[in-house]
Design a protein around this ligand. Structure first.
Ligand code: M6R
Length: 609
């Protein structure tokens, strides 16, 4: 996601933090800024675009200062503009703030502050956080006290770094569900969102724990908790080289991104469920539109198309709304029949996929309503759709999409639930599903603990000549995504289909050595699935099932089983089963020595036809 840097000490702090930002460039960003102490004031320089744009500004008049903070922003609230870039000031321009994460209750806080006469310049949640802390600071307390009290009013995920023009020796930082690390030097100290930004300067690092507050000065650091109790400081020595550090210590970006998924779930839900359990999207059609829409067409490519199939399942099952899913490349030349009251949904991680963009333009020409579900703010699809919901998954670097898929399915789930709320659909257990969504992050964390089992299975299966991925209902959709991962990064041929289709042809491919992976989240068809499992086993195939822990049927019939925690909702259960399947593809590919993050013949963003 966004990058954070900070420095206090004898060097030119502006040069140091700018260099730190450069070391975080690999994470992706769309604007950047620096705040430093200048005379009696805080000077802020910030620009949309690449770091070179900010760098040119610094070259014009090279600033010098002993204390600076810097930020590279990956837009979530408001487009990437100079004004929305961080740092932001409080109402009284006493303090300056940078922030990673999302403040969920920023709209409520903003309304309250506007009523009190506060004026905002940007569309960001960060500026609201600055004003909240600034309000406390205006009571005349030390900066760290203002932060300690102020953050109690913020809800969401954040790493916040604050400086004041009145307390010129300190940087104050705190975090909740968004990382921050402190680098210890000799008569100087550093701060960053990620270890790679610290490594050229120091290998002595303190990982700031959740909800603690740190005060950095040239001479040392102090860390205390929300009640003001001092905490012990336990530095660790980092041995990683820079490349390993960029991957957070993981061997590949793909593995890092798989492990980020609990966090991505939290980010994707952040700010979108209110106290009354209602789903709220910032940029969405007004309620009457949902009463008017008579058909949904979901249009996407690859993994995003697979997420679209989950959308169809949801819209038809929960809303009884007829839904079709198209490959963008087929849609654009297919002369589709489109009802004027239909809604076209475009799903894309990059927002730049050429076929999806062309299909979107077909819909625009035909005056069909369009909605984007996109990860990259400011991308072409996000800009050209009538409305766009952002998946908030953070930059995805590995070519194989993992966390973006999970976020796309989550957005589709929330969208279906919000329409069910608007249309007051009888029989839809919206509140229970919202509760399940709220606990999904923990469930995903539990699903990741299957990794040691997955590694053992990968050792058994990595030289299989063919993998089948099968399932019924929602599992058939997950099977497509799991198969794509296996062929994309492990280069193993796969056959994926609804399990009931096996006997109509694909079964002919089963022979000893072939592995068949069955998804069994769809509880109502487990007995049918067992018949399909028997069909494979009778021909010498090995069967692995991925199901929920409460499944007493399927595990009895299989050679191996991976069980994820259940949520009570099949779509969410199926979404959790994708996690061990991503891990399986990853570990098979690793054992085969494949170039996992950059698989042969593929690119991250497919901007050509
Ligand atoms: O950026 P998009 O979501 O539009 O990309 C669509 C596909 O190219 C993408 O999902 C691709 O299939 C992934 N490499 C799959 O892992």
């Amino acid at each position: 996601m966004c990058g954070i840097a900070g420095y206090v000490g004898p060097r030119n702090s502006v040069e140091v933090v700018f260099d730190q930002l450069k070391r975080l460039e690999y994470r992706g960003y769309d604007s950047a800024g620096i705040a430093y102490l200048n005379g009696q004031d805080i000077k802020v320089l910030k620009r949309a675009g690449k770091l070179s744009v900010l760098g040119a500004l610094l070259e014009e008049a090279p600033p010098e200062s002993h204390l600076a903070i810097a930020h590279s922003r990956w837009a979530t609230h408001g487009p990437p503009t100079d004004i929305n870039a961080h740092p932001h000031f409080d109402q009284f321009e006493q303090i300056s703030i940078i922030h990673n994460g999302i403040i969920e209750n920023y709209l409520d806080l903003k309304e309250e502050l506007v009523r009190d006469g506060h004026v905002f310049h940007s569309e960001t949640d960060t500026e609201v956080a600055a004003h909240v802390i600034g309000q406390e600071y205006a009571r005349g307390v030390p900066l760290e006290e203002a932060v300690r009290v102020g953050v109690k009013r913020l809800r969401g995920a954040y790493a916040l770094v604050v400086i004041s023009k009145n307390e010129r020796e300190k940087i104050v930082a705190t975090r909740n569900a968004s990382p921050l690390v402190i680098g210890l030097g000799e008569a100087e100290n550093y701060l960053a969102s990620d270890i790679p930004a610290l490594l050229p300067y120091t290998r002595q690092v303190v990982v700031l724990e959740e909800d603690l507050i740190a005060v950095l000065t040239q001479d040392g650091i102090r860390i205390f908790d929300g009640q003001g109790n001092d905490q012990s400081i336990e530095p660790i020595h980092i041995e990683w080289d820079i490349a390993a550090a960029q991957k957070g210590g993981y061997e590949h970006f793909m593995l890092k991104e798989i492990h980020e998924q609990p966090e991505v779930i939290a980010q994707c839900l952040a700010g979108r469920i209110d106290e009354k359990q209602r789903i709220r999207f910032e940029q969405i059609f007004s309620e009457h539109v949902w009463h008017e829409v008579d058909r949904v067409n979901i249009i996407a490519c690859g993994t995003a198309y697979h997420a679209g199939l989950m959308g169809k399942y949801l819209f038809e099952k929960l809303l009884r709304l007829p839904t079709d899913v198209f490959h963008s490349s087929e849609f654009r030349y297919g002369d589709p029949v489109l009802s004027p009251k239909s809604l076209a949904i475009f799903i894309s991680q990059s927002g730049e996929t050429a076929d999806s963009l062309a299909a979107l333009r077909v819909c625009k020409e035909r005056r069909i309503r369009t909605l984007g579900i996109v990860n990259v703010i400011g991308s072409s699809i996000a800009r050209e759709c009538d409305r766009t919901i952002f998946t908030q998954a953070g930059p995805e670097i590995s070519v194989a999409s993992t966390k973006a898929y999970v976020a796309q399915v989550l957005v589709l789930t929330m969208l279906a639930l919000s329409v069910a709320q608007v249309k007051e659909m009888p029989g839809v257990r919206v509140t229970e599903c919202v509760h399940a969504l709220r606990s999904l992050r923990e469930r995903a964390q539990e699903a990741l603990t299957l990794e040691p089992q997955v590694i053992e299975l990968a050792k058994q299966f990595f030289d299989a000549p063919l993998f089948f991925f099968l399932g019924r209902g929602v599992d058939a959709h997950v099977a497509l995504e799991a198969a794509l991962k296996m062929k994309e990064i492990a280069y193993i041929p796969t056959q994926e289909s609804p399990a009931g289709e096996m006997k109509h042809g694909p079964l002919a491919l089963v022979e000893p050595g072939v592995v068949a992976v069955f998804g069994a989240a769809e509880a109502s068809v487990r007995e049918k699935l067992v018949s399909n499992i028997r069909e494979v086993q009778a021909r010498g195939g090995t069967v692995l099932a991925v199901t929920t822990r409460d499944d007493a049927i399927v595990p009895q019939a299989t050679d191996a089983c991976l069980a994820v925690p259940g949520t009570g909702f099949e779509v969410l259960d199926a979404l959790l089963t994708v996690i061990p399947l991503q891990l399986l593809a990853y570990h098979v590919a690793r054992l085969k020595g494949c170039d996992i993050d950059m698989p042969r013949n593929l690119a991250k963003s497919v901007t050509v036809e």
